[in-house]
Design a protein around this ligand. Structure first.
Ligand code: SD4
Length: 327
């Protein structure tokens, strides 16, 4: 004989199966219907329009958000003129270029590398960590060893320009974060594809002339980037130490989960960190780009000067983000 509980369980299961044709309606609140024309979409920190274009190439052909953010992140990684990502990135105080990156897919899988040297595309190594190992993060020697075993080439990441900048820095050897309100290009990139799958990536050479061994926020899941397919995604740029202490990207996604618009979620998190770390916030820049499940976006920073690239509705544009502090 069936117990009342079994009966309830069975009828609930029956209702779920019968109703699976309109999963959106049944699970409203989690699986938000996208706004009209909002998909696909990709958004990146700074004027990384070449990166959003590379991502769009994949998204507009019905591709997967994960492939799109990886393709986007690879653009500044290979650009010798971008002095805060990959090849051409400024070295640490000992003259070594060390790289941080992370990536997440629509299932919540994550991969990351920290303090990785000699590899042109840390974002692709992060993806391999996610897809081919039981781990989330590999660092330093071990990350390099894994990359080489996966067929990545060992290369010199220090360009002549970066080496000269380091020589000049050594004259004074002043160790303070040079990350401020001037333009820098660490890329955090989040996307949603035509099938409403959300993914994110983040890649950087970190703070210029940092201490050897320093790892920033960019490879830390929830700090430099966080993506949750039910809700949305966020990515950070700026003083990594401050992002690390506040787990900003995770927090923004959680604010959206509680119902906030991406813009309001970013503003809330920036305000909160400025309240908690007023001195750091006054002297340093942090910026976030945010995307939600409906295809709406937001961006916000501590100080003026933070911009972002967004490719949506066949248009690739740069926008100036609002900021907590005014000029
Ligand atoms: C870091 N968040 O390593 C990075 C730096 C950055 O543009 O965003 N630079 O702290």
């Amino acid at each position: 004989m069936k117990t009342r509980r079994q009966f309830l369980q069975n009828s609930l299961l029956g209702a779920m199966v019968a109703g699976s044709g309109d999963l959106w309606a049944k699970t409203a609140g989690f699986f938000e219907r996208p706004e009209k024309g909002a998909l696909p979409v990709v958004i990146a920190t700074w004027d990384n329009r070449e990166a959003t274009a590379a991502a769009w190439q994949i998204l507009s052909n019905g591709g997967r958000a994960l492939d799109a953010v990886e393709a986007g992140a690879r653009i500044p990684e290979a650009d010798p003129d971008d002095t805060s990502v990959g090849y051409g990135g400024f070295p640490d105080r000992d003259g070594h270029v060390t790289l941080d990156a992370c990536i997440m897919d629509e299932f919540g899988n994550a991969g990351s590398v920290g303090f990785l040297e000699h590899i042109m595309h840390p974002i692709s190594v992060a993806r391999r960590v996610m897809e081919k190992t039981p781990h989330v993060m590999l660092a330093g020697e071990g990350a390099l060893q894994f990359a080489l075993s996966e067929g990545f080439q060992k290369e010199n990441m220090l360009t002549e320009t970066a080496r000269k900048a380091w020589e000049e820095w050594k004259v004074k050897s002043e160790y303070k974060p040079v990350i401020n309100i001037e333009r820098h290009d660490t890329i955090g990139i989040v996307a949603m594809d035509a099938r409403q799958r959300i993914a994110g990536a983040c890649t950087t050479s970190g703070m210029a002339f940092k201490m050897r061994g320093r790892i920033g926020d960019s490879p830390i899941i929830g700090a430099g980037m966080f993506a949750d397919n039910e809700v949305g995604a966020a990515a950070a740029t700026g003083l990594g130490e401050l992002v690390l202490k506040t787990l900003g990207s995770f927090l923004i996604v959680e604010e959206m989960r509680r119902g906030k618009h991406p813009q309001k979620a970013a503003e809330e998190v920036i305000r909160r960190l400025a309240r908690k770390y007023p001195k750091d916030a006054a002297d340093n820049q942090i910026g976030y780009v945010v995307l939600d499940k409906r295809g709406r976006h937001g961006a916000y920073s501590l100080h003026p000067g933070f911009n972002y690239a967004i490719f949506q509705r066949d248009e690739n544009i740069v926008k100036e983000a609002g900021s907590l502090f005014l000029k």
